[in-house]
Design a binder for this molecule. Structure first.
Ligand code: PLP
Length: 406
């Protein structure tokens, strides 16, 4: 016996535990606000109509085969992804300063980036996450031996951004530190910096010589406007940073299980930038080879079909507005219901927050009461997935919240 004697039991992933409890609950009133996936107004998964169309086209193509993709992925997918996230006129793309790799969705992109930084930084840097951040960030970076710290982000008092706290901690980070930022629709809080605040964050990072690690899992899903949602990324690139960008197509294409994503490394403009990016790409290829050999093909084919066809692209933008629009409507409806009930507390943050999630401010006891008494499931930190709300359950949910906060 080798590991059998020494391998300890891991703690249960809280989100998976929550999902299991929801499945077990036999109440017909139960509401799932845990899962970070879009649901339609009938609480059902939604296949985007444009994805269905692209899927049919690919499936019926007589030339379709299931060969390996190249190590860096499907070229037409990575080049279209690059243009989407950096902007079609990005100087970094025009000057050949970007290395792009198809990855196992956004998670794979974050992992590839973390692994690269762990192996090729002059000195292992510390990475700073927002407090709170997506739960997986910590383990992805820790797994590759990068020490982690946090910067303040969410003010429990105002339920808005703690901008002062964020900036003052970033200012104190040692030069060369990695600052992980969510360019839009911050997970789990739904609180984003304004464009002016992004400019200030960039200025401080420039001055302090910090490395931006931009993890973008929700482009187009936040506001329904692809350009608005990638403002921060374009701005940081324009400011001449060397940086990396992680891109997921899980949410904005509804391709969760297909694992389509991309990792982009951008170097600053310099006389040797095309040589530097070649060296970086060569090392990323070795890392990718040892980790996954070849990225998964089907989801990338679907996204690529849509991204490279102007008509399908326009249809996709409509589908994005359907998803983001429904979520924005649910925010307004929830706030209106709570106002109507006169629920104690202020609820303006429900409509000022953006994207898939809302940090409600409900505490762990209230969350537990919601689950036990009202069959409403959400993570202990009071985060709700707005997509789990619909016109059939919003009144029920508002009344349940009203009950537990009184
Ligand atoms: N990064 C953030 C901030 C996220 O919220 C998520 C998903 O919830 C991801 C990355 C990765 O998602 P996926 O691997 O499904 O693309």
């Amino acid at each position: 016996r080798f590991q059998a004697d020494v391998c300890p039991q891991a703690a249960e992933d809280p989100l998976f535990g929550l999902m299991a409890a929801y499945r077990k609950d036999t109440s017909d009133k139960k509401v799932d606000l845990g899962i970070g996936a879009y649901r339609d107004n009938n609480a059902k998964p939604w296949v985007l109509p444009v994805v269905k169309k692209a899927d049919d086209l690919i499936r019926n193509d007589p030339n379709l085969n299931h060969e390996y993709l190249p190590i860096a992925g499907l070229a037409e997918f990575t080049s279209a992804s690059q243009k989407l996230i950096l902007g079609p006129d990005s100087p970094a793309i025009q000057e050949g300063r970007v290395a792009s790799f198809q990855t196992v969705s956004g998670t794979g992109a974050v992992h590839l980036g973390a692994l690269f930084l762990a192996k090729f930084s002059k000195q292992i840097p510390t990475v700073y996450f927002s407090n709170p951040t997506w739960v997986n960030h910590n383990q992805i970076f820790s797994n590759v031996g990068i020490p982690t710290k946090t910067y303040p982000y969410f003010s429990a008092e105002t339920k808005m951004l703690d901008f002062e706290g964020m900036i003052s901690t970033i200012k104190q980070a040692p030069a060369g530190s990695v600052i992980l930022l969510h360019p839009c629709a911050h997970n789990p809080t739904g609180v984003d910096p304004t464009q002016e605040q992004w400019k200030e964050i960039a200025a401080v990072m420039k001055e302090r010589d910090l490395f931006p690690f931009l993890d973008c899992a929700y482009q187009g899903f936040a506001t329904g406007d692809l350009a608005k949602d990638n403002f921060a990324i374009r701005y940081f690139v324009e400011q001449g940073f060397e940086l990396c960008v992680c891109q997921s197509f899980a949410k904005n294409f509804g391709l969760y299980g297909q694992r389509a994503g991309a990792f982009h490394y951008v170097v600053a403009s310099a006389s040797d930038s095309s040589e530097a990016i070649k060296r970086i790409a060569s090392q990323l290829a070795i890392l990718q080879r040892s980790e996954i050999s070849n990225p998964p093909a089907y989801g990338a084919r679907i996204a690529s079909k849509v991204l490279n066809d102007p008509q399908l692209f326009a249809e996709w933008e409509r589908d994005l507005r359907t998803m983001s629009g429904r979520i924005i409507e649910m925010r307004k409806a929830l706030k209106a219901e709570l106002d109507k009930l006169g629920t104690p507390g202020t609820w303006d943050h429900i409509t000022s927050q953006i994207g898939m999630f809302s940090f409600t401010g409900l505490n762990a006891q209230q969350v537990q009461a919601l689950q036990e008494k009202h069959h409403v499931y959400m993570t202990k930190n009071g985060r709700i997935s707005m997509a789990g709300l619909n016109t059939n359950n919003i009144e029920y949910f508002a009344k349940a919240v009203d009950d537990v906060v009184r």
